[in-house]
Design a protein around this ligand. Sequence first.
Ligand SMILES: [Zn+2]
Length: 211
Amino acid sequence: MNSASVDSLVPLSLLEAVRNVDSPIEDFEAELVGDLRNKRLGLSETVYMQIRRFSEAVRRSQRSSHEEAAAIAKLIGRRPDAEAVFRAAGRYLAAEAYRTISPISRRLMLVLPSLMSRPITLRHMRRLSRRYCNGHVSRVGTSVYLEVPQSVTLDSAPRSVGCTYYESGLKELLRLLVNSVGAVEHYRCAARSEGTCSWRAEWRPSHNPSE
Ligand SMILES: [Zn+2]
């Protein structure tokens, strides 16, 4: 088994996504389906307590176990809406990671010419992916590569659905950092026996379409 640790924001992001997706926007609908409503409330109580625990861990900069995060991912993987939850979790992780960057740096990355902003952006991406994904970021030309050797969502659901967590996180991070709107491709997947899960993003700042 895997004895590695993850930043507590990882399990927290998964749980926050569950809470967000399950939050009763459709209260009226839920009311009509009493059984489903009770199930949801039961789930919410557990989720709520876990959210409190991991929020506390995040505040104290305590890491969590890889197994625990992977177990939460497995529970999400059983849901019919697993992909939507994983994508929401990835966006949450990226947004929270982005908030750790100083406002001045954030602004610089958006306004500087890309020749100057790219090294800064890459440095932040490397740091954030190391901290929050135990991953590596590299760049070749206009492509940015993210490699995650110890994915917490691997095998959590069939057909590499769990991998959408990192895909959506990378996409959101690039959007926040440089307003990039390029596609993200999961070009190598451990679930397909292709080695380490890896993603390639096209680095395409929308404020500078000539690049
Ligand atoms: Zn994968």
